[in-house]
Design a protein around this ligand. Sequence first.
Ligand code: AMP
Length: 588
Amino acid sequence: MTFQKLAEYFAQLELTSSRNAMVEILSRLFGEAEASEIDKVVYLTQGRVAPLYEPVEFGMAEKMILRALELAFGVGVGKATEIFKKNGDLGEAARDLSNKINKNKKNNKKTVTEVFMELLRIAQSGGEGSVEKKIGILSGLLQESDPLSAKYIARIPVDKMRLGFSDMTVLEGLSWMMDKTKGNKPAMEAVYNIRPDLGYIAKQVRAVIKAGKKQALASIEEIKPVTGTPLLPMRAERAASPDDILENTGGRCAIEPKVDGLRTQLHIKRAQRWGLKAGSCEVRLYSRGLENVTGMYPDLVAAAEKEIACEDVILDGEAIGYNPQSGKFLPFQETVQRKRKYDIESFSKNVPLKLIVFDCLYLNGRSLINEPYTVRRKEVEKLLRKENTIQPAEMHIVNDAAEIEKLFHAALAKNLEGIMAKKLDGVYQAGARGWNWIKYKKSYESKLADTIDAVVMGYDYGQGKRSKFGVGAFLVGVYDKKEDSFKTISKIGTGLTDEEWQELAARGKGLAVSEKPKNYNVNKTMGCDVWLRPKLVGEFKADELTKSPMHTAGLALRFPRLVRWREKNPEDTTSTKEMEAIFKLQAK
Ligand code: AMP
């Protein structure tokens, strides 16, 4: 497929706001792409040259793109900036300039693979002189492109594709390609949860689609977890009391402390699989949002190499800071300092980590996710020792509410958040929130015991005291997976400190877009002066949830306040479904 053809599809996708139309366009695009290039097509629709969890970044700022434009089209310094300022869109600026120079490049034969490889080269160039190198490659690409291709090529390195859909819509597009229905999506989602590499999944389907839908589905069902690809983490339901826990676990369950740190998936891969020297292993760590965080925690990597036998294994756990003198765990605010890109060495000395492992998902070629909790727990115990940096979570099997209450208070006394109950025969439901895991947290005085994670969708300019920050009130919303859209739950104008307002204003600056994103579902009365693309996630506390006709989620936060900004994917905010569940729990 030529990149020009792909750019035409991008243009169609950009023009439509109907989700069904997007799914249909994507299915045509996927059907037209060859099996050998469909993975690249999928990554490019997301403005990427690798799956989302790979740490492949372009490292280009807007200014660098503008320079590449000036170089490509031989216009004077400042010219591209001038056009960009006028229309506020790098892509349109690229198209304008290209139109003047490359108008005749009607039939551009450059293939998707060729453009992809050049973009990948940009992402991979680092070190001294890399700024010039990146600009050079991009300007070469732009120069050889037709105007429409130039528009999208200029947007990709700055993550501004603006196509308005996420992974779920891509899965629906693949489903539609099979039989013109969305009916295959649950099967696709099930594999996505254990191997969230859309390019890989698309390739599997595309390779056998000619043999029919049955073949395609069978080929996906064969997909298993692999080391080096993070699984979507499993989440827990909430319980209102120990009785509630027992009722939902069949009267007997395991209780573990609920550690408030950073969810971390540990992958160890043996030599032969990753092309390493015989006898050696490679360790990778992933965050809850599937970010590759290996470089952030050299202490955990070293501990894994030393403490765990060299196996092919995937473990799930929580990394938490501790005080080496007292051995006590540190509060979240201290642990979270370890999530950083600089000063890693000194912080790993000041805030050493332990990894508390509560699950084993894969071991030496065997997926364990469909095994019962007890079987997975046994593997954790076989692999790890209590006295080590990487250690098994404490665990008690109980069948009595008083015993649960006791363990709960013991956890609180250790400064922990509460407890987690696990159904003994429960499987690991990757990417899902289910009753196989139940959290029971310290209850607060307000009716709403839990916090809500929501994404900042836009803001209004400030008046009065806050005009100095440029933000007066901001609109927050949660993700509706079924509709792949964000629905509002509150417009917040109080409850932030001056620093938090400042941070919001600073972070908002880089996320502003000229129009309301297509997958925002907002009531007319809740419009914003400035719209932001979905990226900034906050954790909010409120007195309670109330029914609301103004907010499209149908529920709203009463007296909301910000607890902290969070490193989370926008699709990973509290879902609309969970909001309903919390609303019901409130009444208990
Ligand atoms: P949630 O993700 O909101 O369902 O809350 C559960 C979170 O608690 C998980 O994502 C983990 O980060 C954290 N956690 C702490 N201790 C445990 C444990 N023993 N088992 C499972 N999750 C735990």
